[in-house]
Design a binder for this molecule. Structure first.
Ligand SMILES: C[S@@+](CC[C@H](N)C(=O)[O-])C[C@H]1O[C@@H](n2cnc3c(N)ncnc32)[C@H](O)[C@@H]1O
Length: 235
């Protein structure tokens, strides 16, 4: 299935997994190139915002090749990275990161209730089939008071910035991706933002899953969003 056809829910899970398996060898290089290296700064900022430190048991959801896991482990956290794409995980495992990596779906995490103190997820929300199911799993595995940080792409609101962003993200990035990596995958990247619910709905979904202090910050003039929050006492 060509991903630029934007598959519906049934086809999406398999199509997304196949796509990440396909682009895994060039994934890190493309990320650094597209973001001019800023993606790593955003991951570090996300960990700062939820104060990841020694003693944390951190779950990195949809960990991909292990970037978040590497930064969290460097801060002394005990890290478990979970992803459903075998090739992405293989790359993570070959990096020598002091973390464990396991293949699983975000809607059925092989992790005990309330066993994590912190959770990260980088640039995966728009790839999930059902966000409420994933948020429910996040709430299940985080202990009360456990913190999460979710990074995701976004669309700038300022019309002038939005115009420049569209040129870059919707026109230039797909061409660069087609040239250096995979045409379908980098055509899907801008298109997949349509899977993201509007801000109010997204924050409401997180609150409904049992999270409190849910907050959205805009990074890079609104091109990236950082969602943070805390698992409430009840859910
Ligand atoms: C854009 S990559 C992000 C990888 C990494 N978090 C990062 O910051 O670079 C999205 C990742 O989400 C994973 N993914 C998507 N849907 C998933 C699901 N339902 N369960 C587990 N992993 C999933 C993909 O395999 C892919 O590795």
């Amino acid at each position: 299935m060509a991903l630029n056809a934007l598959p519906g829910a049934e086809a999406k899970r398999g199509a997304v997994r196949d796509m990440f398996d396909r682009i895994a060898p060039r994934y890190d290089r493309m990320n650094r190139l597209i973001s001019a290296g800023l993606d790593q700064r955003w991951r570090r900022a996300a960990l700062d915002h939820v104060d990841v430190r020694t003693g944390d048991r951190l779950l990195d959801l949809a960990c991909g090749t292990g970037d978040f896991a590497e930064h969290a482990a460097a801060r002394g956290a005990q890290v478990l990275g979970i992803d459903f794409a075998a090739q992405m995980l293989r790359n993570a495992q070959h990096r020598g990161i002091s973390a464990q990596f396991t293949q699983a779906d975000a809607t059925a995490l092989p992790v005990a209730d309330a066993s994590a103190t912190a959770l990260t997820c980088g640039f995966a929300l728009r790839n999930f089939v059902a966000l409420p199911e994933v948020f429910a799993e996040m709430a299940r595995v985080l202990e009360p008071g456990g913190r999460f940080a979710l990074l995701e792409v976004d669309r700038p609101r300022n019309p002038l910035i939005a115009a420049g962003h569209t040129l870059y993200f919707d026109r230039f990035v797909p061409r660069l991706g087609a040239w250096l990596s995979d045409r379908d995958a980098y055509a899907y990247l801008p298109q997949s933002t349509v899977y993201l619910p509007p801000e109010a709905e997204l924050l409401q979904m997180l609150a409904a899953a049992g999270f409190v202090k849910v907050h959205k910050r805009s990074l890079l003039l609104g091109a990236v969003q950082l969602l943070t929050g805390v698992r409430g006492e009840t859910r």
